[in-house]
Design a protein around this ligand. Structure first.
Ligand code: 6PG
Length: 237
């Protein structure tokens, strides 16, 4: 595990983009699962402005680690956020963008997306192996859309499950722990002081930290990187 701490969320985004660019140069064709949330939005803006002509987007295949069960035009849609902040600015083949169809019946979509992963992401054993899974962490310790009140979803034998947001009741499609921990690299992007207490519990392995799904991210590859700003990292020892 590697922890990288930066002055600001903008610096987190800049450094993560350098890491991503180097990974793409090293691996050639890459399969990446994207996260929703506010920190990735800054990353996408940086990629769209500084890396539009530097990254060979035809070699990049994009998926989502989770999606809200809403239409792709909905303000809540992770796909819509990615389209507005990245996809509309780069020349990436449509066939390389594998969105979760939030507008479909959730259980059916979870099954469909699992088959999309099996058909498109290179298999390692019987699991799709992403080159990179990008994750955020909620201040409740959730990651992707596995929330503490449904932590059992993490160990589902299915690649994807239907989750429910604990406050809004919104349904979501989420990747589960097996495929996330199969990835060649996992990168957490965590910023903001509202994450600092949870990060301390998880990174300092305090108390019942395994109640938080983010604590269960442990890629078999060992390549787990935390990109943090100082605000989020303010309480870790
Ligand atoms: C989502 C995300 C979610 C996010 C965390 C952190 O669909 O909302 O996938 O897991 O990563 O909630 O979000 P922030 O980066 O906005 O804090």
């Amino acid at each position: 595990m590697e922890i990288r701490i930066f002055e600001s969320k903008e610096a987190v985004a800049e450094n993560f983009c350098t890491f991503l660019h180097n990974l793409i140069k090293k691996n050639g064709e890459v399969h990446i699962a994207l996260s929703g949330g506010s920190t990735p939005k800054i990353v996408f803006n940086e990629l769209a402005s500084e890396y539009r002509d530097l990254i060979p987007w035809a070699d990049v295949h994009l998926y989502w680690g989770d999606e809200r069960c809403v239409p792709p035009t909905d303000a809540e849609s992770n796909y819509r956020m990615t389209k507005e902040h990245l996809l509309d600015a780069i020349e990436i083949p449509e066939a390389n963008v594998h969105r979760i169809k939030g507008e479909e019946e959730p259980e059916e979509e979870a099954r469909r997306y699992a088959s999309v992963l099996r058909q498109n992401v290179p298999l390692h054993g019987d699991l799709p192996q992403f080159d990179l899974v990008i994750l955020g962490m909620g201040d409740d310790g959730h990651t992707a859309s596995v929330f503490p009140h449904q932590i059992e979803l993490w160990d589902s034998p299915n690649l994807c499950e239907v989750a429910v947001h604990p406050d809004s009741g919104q349904k979501r499609i989420t990747l589960t722990g097996g495929v996330i921990n199969q990835a060649g690299h996992v990168a957490f992007l965590v910023t903001g002081s509202n994450k600092s207490e949870r990060l301390r519990e998880i990174l300092d392995k305090e108390g019942n930290y395994h109640q938080y799904p983010a604590s269960l991210v442990a890629p078999d590859s060992g390549e787990l990187l935390w990109f943090l700003d100082k605000a989020a990292a303010s309480e870790i020892s």
